[in-house]
Design a protein around this ligand. Structure first.
Ligand SMILES: Cc1cc2nc3c(=O)[nH]c(=O)nc-3n(C[C@H](O)[C@H](O)[C@H](O)COP(=O)(O)O)c2cc1C
Length: 177
């Protein structure tokens, strides 16, 4: 791949769920970094991958802790994804976003997330601008209330309109009804 713009255009067509990597900073305050590079690795042992840019503040903080949480975000958490996904912005997780019943010794968990995965770092591999982190999943929390996931597609976070729905609307407009 020699053309970065073609690379970006191709990945704008790649829909992913939006995750928040959570941890506590050196003052013990809950912090999050938005990430779409997260994916499952294996079921046995339960594990996942996340790729973190080495220039982010989260990079030394998460690797230094050796543990982090992964919150799978719901559509209602869009503003959190932007707050915690913009370089230079304050990444503190507001008290109103937090689950009150989350264990105090774990990584921060958000109240409205679809799921929370508690991980310890089992390996890290530098690759180009990023570090690939292998997270061994220690515990899983599932929100009993189901909600639509927050998706990243076309350069924006939102809720993807299913292709079938868009085609139907198109025919409806052509037909003029
Ligand atoms: C939708 C979205 C997805 C992102 N995915 C990643 C990712 O997978 N890995 C990464 O390193 N940064 C990702 N970022 C960028 C980081 O969230 C952002 O650079 C980081 O919060 C900057 O932190 P800093 O201000 O502490 O340096 C993403 C940002 C957004 C908005």
């Amino acid at each position: 791949m020699s053309d970065p713009e073609l690379f970006r255009q191709a990945f704008r067509r790649h829909a992913t769920t939006v995750a928040l990597l959570t941890y506590r900073n050196d003052d013990g305050a809950p912090v999050g970094m938005t990430a779409t590079s997260m994916c499952s690795l294996s079921a046995d042992p339960p594990s996942l991958l996340a790729c973190i840019n080495r220039e982010t503040r989260a990079h030394p903080e998460i690797l230094g802790k050796g543990a982090f949480g992964v919150d799978l975000l719901a559509i209602s958490q869009r503003s959190i994804a932007y707050q915690c996904g913009t370089p230079g912005r304050d990444k503190l997780i507001r008290p109103a976003w937090l689950a009150r019943d989350a264990p105090a010794d774990g990584s921060p968990r958000l109240a409205q997330s679809l799921a929370h995965l508690e991980c310890t770092i089992d390996g890290s591999y530098d690759a180009y601008s990023h570090t690939i982190i292998v997270g061994l999943i220690r515990s899983v929390w599932l929100n009993p209330v189901e909600a639509p996931p927050l998706l990243y597609h076309g350069g924006v976070c939102g809720q993807r309109v299913p292709a079938a729905g868009r085609v139907e609307r198109f025919h409806w407009e052509i037909g003029g009804e």
